[in-house]
Design a protein around this ligand. Structure first.
Ligand code: SAH
Length: 364
């Protein structure tokens, strides 16, 4: 059984000021009602918070001065504090955020051809312990609040002077979004008011109750599944979660999952040398996916000293051959380019600092 701790640090203990960040439109209206003079003020504040990424009430210049002061007395905007940023040679920028209780999380800003993708975290760590992932190596952390999730997007936007325009958001940072689905849902509802659901991707190892719940939502983001191996035995070896939610049940759930017109499921497949990178593996993967509207994103593993020496990518020729094998069988297959690896911002390299790892494990 996988458990996570739920902490909601909404109210600042010292001043008692409640955090407005992460409140849905309806909640914001309720919370503000005793303080604002007219109902439409809540809408103005909602837009200032999320559309303009205001950092402070003083920036809400469309409100009367006196109201701004009153708001600052009662509320705060709990934007995550930027503890550090590391700019990679390829333009990727990794942010380390410090949260109100001292927890640290990472998010990455990835520019590409005039657009950008923000890769954000849903938990301050990860309990799943996949053997190829550095976040998992450092162990579990608490769930992020909806405010802390949306706050990463807002803080990066404010820091870089970005609007919501042309923004893609992927839940591929630290943590498993489907183990924090309530807060992730609130954050998604807010983000989806400005960013189309196709431009937001939630990546999951396949937590079945979470998938069943998402299947019932009115508006769904794009879905990416971390598959990584084409059979139960190998998936179980590198992803302990496969013992709780076996591959066969995951695939059955995905066949039932409602897909909007024109959309496809994305399958992420970390390529690890001599573990899952043979032509037979590509064939098995192809058979596993048959009948699904799907594309495959191959991710040559980003090695890291904590992962052990067997966790290395295949050579380029093998990667190409694997991709071609899938393509010949009719699949859209792409290779994810490494971004930001010189600042440890690449996939699976995000970690929270300031605590001990969960302990060494074997790498294969
Ligand atoms: N827990 C969710 C969200 C994290 S997404 C999930 O697993 O889908 C992070 C993506 O990077 C996942 O597909 C993950 O499997 C992949 N990843 C993890 N470690 C990696 C590594 N060392 N190299 C490349 N990709 C890695």
């Amino acid at each position: 059984m996988i458990t996570t701790t739920e902490i909601q640090p909404h109210t600042e203990p010292r001043t008692g000021r409640a955090d407005l960040l992460g409140l849905s439109r309806e909640r914001l209206e309720e919370v503000l009602a005793p303080v604002v003079d007219r109902p439409f003020r809540a809408r103005q504040i909602y837009r200032a918070l999320y559309e303009r990424a205001a950092r402070d009430f003083s920036e809400m210049t469309d409100l009367p001065h006196e109201l701004r002061l009153r708001l600052a007395e009662h509320f705060r905007l709990g934007l995550p504090e930027i503890a550090s940023r590391h700019l990679s040679a390829d333009g990727t920028c990794k942010y380390l955020f410090r949260l109100a209780d001292g927890a640290t999380i990472e998010a990455v800003d990835i520019p590409h051809r005039g657009r950008r993708t923000l890769c954000i975290s849903s938990q301050a760590g990860c309990a799943l312990a996949c053997t190829f992932c550095v976040t998992g190596y450092w162990g579990a952390g608490r769930n992020l609040t909806a405010g802390e999730i949306v706050g990463q997007v807002l803080a990066i936007r404010a820091d870089r002077g970005l609007s919501m325009e042309g923004l893609n958001v992927v839940f591929m940072g630290m943590g498993e979004p489907l183990l924090n689905l309530e807060n992730v849902k609130t954050a998604l509802d807010i983000l989806m008011e400005w960013i189309s659901p196709q431009r937001i991707t939630v990546s999951t190892v396949g937590i079945l109750p979470g998938l069943e719940e998402m299947a019932r939502w009115d508006r769904r983001p794009s879905l990416a599944i971390s598959l990584h191996a084409p059979d139960e035995e190998r998936r179980g070896r590198i992803m302990p979660v496969n013992r709780t939610y076996p591959l066969a049940e995951l695939m059955a759930a995905l066949h039932r999952y409602p897909l909007e017109k024109g959309r496809k499921l994305t399958f992420e497949y970390v390529l690890i040398r001599d573990l899952n990178d043979r032509d037979e593996d590509a064939d098995r993967l192809s058979r596993l996916l048959s009948g699904l509207r799907a594309k495959v994103n191959l991710i040559p593993i980003n090695p890291d000293p904590v992962l052990g020496e067997h966790m290395v990518p295949p050579d380029d020729e093998r990667i190409e051959a694997f991709k071609e094998r899938l393509r010949r069988r009719g699949w859209i297959a792409t290779v994810r380019r490494r971004r930001g690896d010189d600042v440890s911002a690449a996939c699976g390299q995000l970690r929270a600092f300031g605590r001990a790892p969960r302990g060494r494990r074997t790498s294969k």
